[in-house]
Design a binder for this molecule. Sequence first.
Ligand code: B1M
Length: 215
Amino acid sequence: APVEERLRQRIIDGDRLGLEADLDEARATHPPLEIINTILLDGMRVVGELFGSGKMQLPFVLQSAETMKAAVALLEPHMEKSDDQARGTLVLATVKGDVHDIGKNLVDIILSNNGYKVVNLGIKQPLPAIVEAARAHKADAIGLSGLLVKSTVIMKDNLEEMARDGWDTPVILGGAALTRAFVEDDCVRAYGNHGRVAYARDAFDGLDLMGKVME
Ligand code: B1M
């Protein structure tokens, strides 16, 4: 099979043996981010479908996620990096109760490679830890990620609480369970009119939004 198909299948199967050789082969014809976006994420999409329909069990999903992470780590050194320094600071976290971090970490990589400082707090972050970091690092924006439906509710609650405490730092929200309508209606309202909340469909959208924040 062509290398693109083999890599996609590796994500589905959680098969890391020989991953690096396949990635090296793919890099001859694709830039690293294209490998991630068009090949590997397509494999993760299939994993999500199989899991959602009960055809794949959780331990195998975990293997796929680990393979995805390993692939991203192998590709990262080959990505183009901007020479810009300190274009702005983003405090980034997966919200409370949520362990999904592949998308969040892609946001970290893409923003870091484009000259932003990213303070990546990790997964399952309660609001106090997030605002504390935002204060300490004088964040220009806060990025929240979450993939569970319940995480979308937590994001809205976090925004309400932040508004009550007088925060007006721009907030970027991303993750598969969100919809643009939920962010632009419910979440914008939750943060109040003084604040800014934006929806990032993917990591590049997050990069664009960060650029707008810094304008
Ligand atoms: Co979970 N899981 N999972 N899981 N998992 C989903 C999200 C699910 C949709 C699968 C399904 O049922 N089809 C489902 C959620 C259902 C729901 O809430 N309605 C689900 C479930 C149910 C669960 C558990 C509850 C399962 C269980 O325990 N019974 C459990 C939850 C644990 C918890 O969080 N408390 C669980 C666990 C796991 C694993 C640990 C096995 C693993 C995660 C490993 C890890 O992340 N380290 C996992 C995985 C891998 C998935 C799927 C299959 C793939 C997610 C992924 O990494 N996608 C997922 C299926 C799906 O999403 N459809 C699923 C690739 C990644 C790049 O995409 O994160 O969406 P994503 O990021 C995108 C954009 O959303 C955006 O940019 C990225 C692309 O450029 N983006 C941002 C994301 N964050 C952003 C932030 C930004 C900007 C853009 O700025 C701040």
